[in-house]
Design a protein around this ligand. Structure first.
Ligand SMILES: Cc1ncc(C[n+]2csc(CCO)c2C)c(N)n1
Length: 225
């Protein structure tokens, strides 16, 4: 499954198989698959995720700043737009239907697990280059792609069908491939074709694994409203 999103993603994923399994097969995810996830846990997660997306939009905007080519800028700016125009809009829509206004959403108190993840990603970008930033951003993009695709095939309930359909969609899968291509091209441009042999590689893999562990913490937070 992890082979679909590019060469670098597959290599980074293979350096963190346990964390990746804990992330993509978390009890929260399995609860969306079979419909047993309590609705209040899901809405609590969505409210936190709305705040999360604000900071992720900032991180992807930082990727525009750290870009060195027009192709890099295009992918980064496309992701900023997808985040703000589509993903945040999806959260606003689901929450509004559940009686949570946009004002309520903005007033959400950020949980420490949420804060830790978004600020870790932003810090990777502030103090590093585009590679450090992309290594921190990749688990979020590819993990949801993998979860969406698997759940679309395995789900036994329609309770969370809208959420699953969003991340299983051809459009979202295309966005994952675009980010995978960006990661491969950015690495090759800066470190060469044999980028996994670079002295920077271990540190990039560590950043990828830490972000994956922070995704596990985010799901865990979702289970405790
Ligand atoms: C905790 C958490 N992790 C990942 C995503 C998914 N996501 C966040 S930004 C982005 C890239 C642009 O679409 C994607 C896919 C989420 N919503 N919440």
């Amino acid at each position: 499954m992890s082979g679909d999103y590019g060469r670098a993603f597959a290599l980074m994923h293979d350096q963190a198989p346990d964390a990746w399994r804990d992330y993509t097969r978390h009890a929260f995810v399995e609860g969306m698959k079979d419909g047993t996830l309590p609705r209040d846990a899901f809405l609590h997660y969505l409210r936190q995720d709305y705040v999360f997306l604000i900071h992720f939009a900032r991180a992807w905007a930082l990727a525009v700043v750290k870009s060195e080519t027009h192709a890099e800028m295009l992918t980064a700016v496309g992701t900023v737009n997808a985040l703000v125009a589509e993903e945040m809009q999806l959260h606003i829509g689901i929450c509004e239907a559940a009686g949570i206004s946009q004002e309520d959403l903005l007033a959400t108190t950020e949980r420490p697990e949420n804060l830790a993840y978004t600020r870790f990603v932003l810090e990777a970008g502030y103090s590093g280059d585009l590679l450090d930033l992309l290594a921190a951003l990749a688990p979020c993009v590819m993990g949801y792609g993998e979860i969406g695709k698997r759940l679309a095939g395995e789900k036994t309930s329609d309770a969370y069908a809208d959420w699953i359909a969003t991340y299983a969609s051809d459009e979202y899968q295309g966005a994952c491939k675009a980010v995978g291509d960006l990661l491969d091209a950015a690495l090759t441009r800066r470190l060469g074709q044999d980028f996994a042999a670079s002295p920077r590689w271990d540190r990039l893999c560590n950043t990828f694994r830490t972000a994956t562990e922070l995704e596990v913490g985010f799901w865990q937070m979702g289970l405790t409203p």
